[in-house]
Design a protein. Structure first.
Length: 384
């Protein structure tokens, strides 16, 4: 249907920039994209530019393309999503700082599509219906991008004391389940038992495994109304001239000092087996009236058997908050770690050094294309 539609000669083509990670899915991503997604994109009449994310010096090209594109498509897994969102390369390119400063302004306006090609594709569970057939899942995602339905996704801004901020669409994890989960692939020879084996052998370390920190946080914030997608038309020239003259001749308004309301920070000392800070993107509610992130503090009193069994659940849903955990809703938080703390954070399934950080919620910062059926389900669930 998309391929048979005629495009008028006077109508400019929409430009789509595809960020493809050929290394995703154990090197199969390029072949999967070219066989299943690329033909659909070209038949739709899009002007497609493919940028591979596996070469150095792409920061300059990235900025040039984003200034002149109508939609962005990320083809890969969780790592590719985060790499594109960061707009920060590890090379000493002069454009890195510029990209980091403009990422929010640019991405807030450009809709983003996601084609799941990687080993872990967390966003696909939110945006597209489940499918056991990989080819069908890829084609469904590509068609969903062309249909144009979008949903707003929250973003977490995670900033250390010296580092530039890291942006996450899923969340941050710090604790024993995450540490054991990254070692599951080492036990590949055990087949279906590899997950339990990784968590079982991790209990041979010091037990119980406690992670201690200090947490400060602010409560949820009220959600502002949606901004209109269409901007109002520009008023006539004489109206604009009249407004400028009126402002020029009018007496300057008196400045009324505004009272600054002190922020009500809550403080908490915690000892946990795992801390999770997650967005609401896993279970979107398009009608909610408050913006917040979920902070889950899991008790450090679990037994070794519970740890092994719960580890399998954590592999399926990393940010699940099990019974007995302390759940906090916050719009902003500061995590202070004791001096000398070792280990790593998992931010959108990517590893970062554990350090004191400030996590700030950026509500509805990005718009992602989604399957119309998923959007209908979200609205139906909200009504119920």
């Amino acid at each position: 249907a998309f391929g048979n539609e005629l495009i008028p000669s006077s109508m400019p083509l929409k430009k789509a920039t595809v960020f493809l990670n050929p290394a995703a899915c154990k090197g199969k991503a390029r072949n999967l994209f070219e066989k299943n997604a690329a033909p659909i994109l070209h038949l739709s009449g899009l002007d497609v530019t493919v940028v591979k994310t596996d070469y150095e010096g792409q920061a300059k090209k990235l900025l040039e393309l984003m200034e002149n594109t109508d939609l962005i498509i990320i083809a890969g897994g969780d790592g590719t999503v985060q790499e594109v969102l960061q707009k920060k390369l590890r090379s000493a390119d002069a454009n890195v700082n510029l990209l980091s400063s403009c990422v929010q302004a640019v991405f807030s306006k450009i809709p983003i599509g996601f084609i799941p090609l990687g080993k872990t594709c967390t966003l696909s569970n939110t945006l597209y219906p489940e499918s056991t057939n990989q080819v069908q899942h890829i084609t469904n995602a590509t068609l969903a991008i062309l249909k144009g339905e979008t949903v707003p996704l929250d973003v977490l801004q995670i900033k250390g004391e010296k580092e530039q901020p890291v942006f996450a669409v899923t969340g941050l994890r710090w604790g024993s389940y995450r540490d054991a989960g990254v070692k599951v692939s080492k036990y590949w020879y055990l087949g279906p038992l590899k997950t339990k084996a990784a968590h079982f052998f991790s209990t041979f370390k010091e037990w119980p495994q406690k992670h201690q920190a200090a947490l400060m946080y602010l409560g949820p914030t009220e959600r502002p109304p949606e901004e209109p997608e269409e901007k109002p038309s520009r008023p006539p020239l004489y109206v604009r001239l009249y407004r400028r003259l009126r402002l020029y001749w009018a007496s300057p308004p008196k400045e009324i000092p505004q009272e600054v309301t002190p922020q009500d920070w809550e403080e908490l000392n915690l000892s946990t087996i795992e801390l999770s800070i997650a967005t609401q993107n896993r279970r979107l509610d398009l009608t909610r009236t408050e913006d917040f992130m979920d902070i889950c503090i899991e008790a450090d009193t679990v037994s070794k058997g519970q740890f092994v069994n719960r580890g399998s659940q954590k592999m399926r849903d990393p940010h699940a908050c099990p019974a007995g955990s302390q759940c906090i809703q916050a719009s902003r938080c500061i995590l202070q770690l004791p001096e000398g703390t070792q280990g790593s954070f998992g931010i959108d399934n990517e590893e970062y050094e554990a350090m004191p950080v400030e996590v700030k919620l950026l509500p509805r910062k990005l718009r992602f294309f989604c399957d119309p059926r998923m959007r209908a389900q979200m609205l139906h669930a909200a009504v119920q």
